[in-house]
Design a protein around this ligand. Structure first.
Ligand SMILES: NC(=O)c1ccc[n+]([C@@H]2O[C@H](COP(=O)([O-])OP(=O)(O)OC[C@H]3O[C@@H](n4cnc5c(N)ncnc54)[C@H](OP(=O)(O)O)[C@@H]3O)[C@@H](O)[C@H]2O)c1
Length: 243
């Protein structure tokens, strides 16, 4: 798909990978719709980018997702791309995962991306074309201690995304999965539980976090090529990134 002129809806556009993706898409000529809960952040980003629409949206509320999709079609008449990026971490050993936290995490990382896909699919079907990128995680490649809740939510998303690709191929809708690795964003600060453990992990494993702009470029490549997946994980963690 050609990014120039495309209407790109990004969830979780108020920081990190989502904000970097919205910026990169806008710089490549896309018209972007910025969805997130922190209204001030997305309003500022929209002012910076120009042809951009900020929409306050909690993606775990299906009514707000519908409203965000309506805002996009009202503003631009179509939606060419959905970047399903909003998400959150959780770091805890298996015996300490709070089931209430786990349910909320699954709701955000797995159910909300499904609901958001379901909200844009009718628009894309009508157009006869569309691109959806679901943002999973490289933590799904190997069983890292403490990652059980988060990695399983993202493993579910990867499978959902792979099946959606097969389901929607006949409608001209291309679904791809992005697997970022450790990325320098607000991810650790915004974690649902286990912030200290996550911070220790990040600072102790000797790995350099990647810039969100690198993930944004990989997401744009997925949109352009329609490739099934891209990952930025180093080989020792089961990834294929050599950069
Ligand atoms: N950073 C990493 O190392 C890493 C690695 C692999 C995968 N990922 C994935 O990449 C994605 C982006 O994360 P990030 O690293 O950029 O972290 P981040 O800076 O914390 O960004 C998370 C984004 O998700 C949004 N969000 C959270 N809950 C939401 C809700 N209920 N409704 C709408 N938006 C919501 C946040 O916006 P508001 O708070 O304003 O709503 C924020 O814009 C996530 O899916 C994450 O799992 C991250």
């Amino acid at each position: 798909m050609d990014i120039e002129g495309a209407v790109v809806l990004v969830t979780g556009a108020s920081s990190g990978i989502g904000a970097a993706t919205a910026r990169a898409a806008s710089h490549a000529g896309a018209r972007v719709v910025l969805a997130a809960r922190r209204e001030e952040r997305i309003r500022q980003l929209a002012d910076e980018l120009g042809e951009a629409v900020p929409v306050a949206c909690d993606v775990t509320d299906p009514g707000q997702v519908e409203a965000a999709v309506r805002a996009a079609t009202d503003a631009f008449g179509r939606i060419d791309v959905l970047v399903n990026n909003a998400g959150q971490g959780l770091q805890a050993p298996i015996d300490e995962i709070d089931p209430a936290d786990f349910r909320a995490l699954l709701n955000l990382n797995l159910v909300a991306p499904l609901v958001t896909m379901q909200a844009v699919i009718p628009v894309m079907r009508k157009q006869g074309s569309g691109s959806i990128v679901n943002v999973s995680s490289g933590t799904t490649f190997s069983p890292l201690p403490g990652s059980g809740a988060y990695a399983s939510s993202k493993a579910g998303l990867s499978m959902l995304s792979a099946v959606a690709r097969v389901n929607l191929a006949g409608a001209g809708i291309v679904v791809s999965t992005m697997f970022p690795f450790m990325t320098d964003t607000e991810f650790v600060e915004s974690i649902r539980a286990g912030r200290e453990a996550a911070s220790r992990l990040v600072s102790s494993d000797g790995l350099q976090a990647q810039p969100p702009e690198l993930v944004a470029e990989a997401i744009l490549d997925l949109i352009k090529t329609g490739a099934e997946r891209a990952d930025l994980g180093p080989e020792q963690f089961g990834g294929s990134y050599k950069g």
